[in-house]
Design a binder for this molecule. Sequence first.
Ligand code: ADP
Length: 408
Amino acid sequence: MKILVLNAGSSSQKSCLYDLPNDRLPEDPLEPVWDGFVDWTHHQGFAEVRVKTAAGAVLKEEIQTTDKPAVVQHLMNTLWQGETQVIEKPDEIAAVGHRVVHGGDKYQERVRITPAVKAAIADLAVFAPVHNPANLEGIETTEQILGPTVPQIAVFDTAFHTHLPPPAYAYPIPYRYLEQGIRRYGFHGISHQYCAHRAAQLLGRNLQELRLITCHLGNGCSLAAIQNGVSIDTTMGFTPLEGVMMGSRSGSIDPGILIHLLRQENYTADELDKLLNRASGLQGVSGVSADLRQVMRAIADGNQQAKLAFDVYIHRLRAGIGSMLASLGGLDALVFTAGVGENSAPVRAATCQNLAFLGLKLDLDQNNSHPVDQDIATPDSTIRVLVIHTQEDWAIAQECWRLVTSDR
Ligand code: ADP
């Protein structure tokens, strides 16, 4: 069974095609047979297209256009044309899975896309003004290319967190705002859910009996507290700005700072948005970069501001873990995932250092040995520490398979 996954953002589009042998879900994650990427940010007025296949074909092009649907059509053509061809014709695709950032409290799991679902995604753009319209555009373009008979499925980044209990999702502001939908939604749900399942698989334990904290540390960062396979708390909130410190996002700060900036420096909403989403976090404190690798290089060169950025990052991460720990009331495994979580041994070591009082012991050699889908705690540690390569596209493909096969 061939399943296409689309992750359409405002500045890029990631796509891949999985080919499930014998129409079944394999135990371990599958590699895509075709991987397509479009970037609209590097060169103004141009789309950079990159395609690679499992068979080794590579295509790199720069197309002079701002017509996104035309570029997506061009990208999809490479599935059935030219050197990167992996299928004979479009109707071999059994389903298309779309990552949709905001599903509100309505969508608790993946759903087949209908006109009503599209209208709901459009309505929820009020909460996700950058992402939901880009996701919807991706859905509509794919529908036009593949026609109405290929099932299109939305997999929401908020869905995994729809079971948060009221004390975890309600903000301590007047109740009428909760009635207007101003509440914690949480994000990165596809990654947190994938990591929870993969953690249970790697530990050979039943997910229902595990208490997990998953730390998704990429450009955006969030933690989730998972009990019985369900997210019961998470650090991101009404928007992906809340919680721990990130690459260029501040995470939580005293809201009084915003009032101060509005009053004393006449900030506009757009300026605040830019300050907190793009000019803060590692980028803002270090003044070097939002990319932790560059911050680490600056630290090695003796840059004190970069050192402060790293220290604040760790302080906030530890605080976030403490808060998830209190919600769970205990912990079986701590999971690190995404760009920083998977690759930064110093972040993992510094985070775990202050958890030694719980009996958590990191095996420093394993931590430094580029672990992938591996337990890096010592055998006598009371808490397991896992590094898991998050595979959001594969998780979306799995959801599509489940929905398509349950429909039969
Ligand atoms: P996104 O959140 O956009 O999906 P990723 O999960 O790919 O991003 O994470 C990207 C971030 O991962 C980069 O900005 C970089 O800071 C970090 N990163 C990647 N490799 C390393 C590394 N070896 N050491 C430290 N940080 C890394």
